[in-house]
Write a protein that binds this ligand. Structure first.
Ligand SMILES: [Zn+2]
Ligand SMILES: [Zn+2]
Length: 269
């Protein structure tokens, strides 16, 4: 062992005494720093049940699953993205951790939340089919207020995990839209329309883009951002979202109704 590695081990041992590793979702102790999420939290995560629509990722009712697994919404009005997938349902400790990370600057939750994104990527996507990662942007005014874009941090972790490069300033938020919370779907679509811009479309022309977001409710934000990317020359857009705030009857059944906290989930806005 080199002197440098020995020194590093000593520092890690000392910091483990004063700062024992804890779960990034619930803060309970974990065995080692690599665990990031404790067993109890893993057990409580709610994945989206299969079968799911192969385009939008929403669960399909088992009784009406068609031969081609595409939901009625996607059949009647195909979304601008090729595929969207959500890591977990926005509930319980994931919801608390995301609120802390996003609104209270609890950056120590990043690794655990990023782990949920990378697990979702490994399950549903392939680095061979993706050219560039694009994080959902925030309007500059909101970015100044918050000091960081939590989606950029998750996107950086995903880029490190996959080896795919991330372009953070291509998709931009050009209009500071009011919070979406509590609005019906039609109003959300109107609210977000025309609010994204592209800075340097040569960077996405013909590319297979993976758009990253932290929370989605009706999908109106990811649809509008995907539309902007496609109109600006992207070859295709796929979407990965850490958590889905339920509006789906099947998911309401599995996640319970514990989600009313009055805090908005406007994703990267
Ligand atoms: Zn935990
Ligand atoms: Zn669908």
């Amino acid at each position: 062992m080199s002197l440098l590695s020995a020194a590093q081990c000593i520092i890690e041992d000392i910091s483990a005494v004063f700062f024992p590793p804890s779960c990034g979702l619930c803060d309970q102790p974990v065995r080692d720093r690599d665990s990031m999420i404790c067993g109890a939290c893993w057990d409580c995560l709610i994945s989206l049940p299969e079968p799911m629509c192969e385009i939008c990722g929403m669960p399909l009712s088992a009784e009406v699953t068609p031969v081609t697994p595409v939901c009625g919404v996607c059949l009647s009005a195909p979304p601008p993205y090729r595929k969207a997938r959500f890591g977990v349902v926005y509930a319980g400790n994931v919801r608390h951790a995301l609120i802390g990370f996003k609104y209270y600057g609890q950056i120590h939750r990043r690794a655990a939340l990023a782990r949920l994104v990378t697990e979702t990527f490994d399950h549903h996507f392939s680095a061979d089919n993706t050219d560039v990662i694009i994080p959902m942007p925030m309007h500059p005014r909101r970015l100044i207020q918050r000091g960081f874009n939590q989606v950029v941090l998750l996107g950086e972790s995903l880029a490190r995990h996959t080896g795919i490069s991330m372009c953070r300033n291509v998709l931009t938020k050009i209009r500071d839209t009011p919070p979406q919370v509590g609005l019906p779907r039609a109003q959300r679509v109107k609210n977000i329309k025309g609010s994204f811009g592209i800075n340097g479309n040569e960077r996405i022309r013909g590319k297979r883009v993976l758009l990253v977001d932290d929370v989605s409710t009706t999908g109106s934000t990811i649809s509008e951002a995907s539309k902007t990317l496609m109109h600006s020359g992207a070859g295709s857009v796929e979407v990965i979202v850490l958590a889905l705030r339920t509006q789906n009857a099947i998911l309401e059944d599995v996640s319970g109704k514990e989600q009313s906290d009055g805090i908005d989930d406007t994703g990267g806005l």
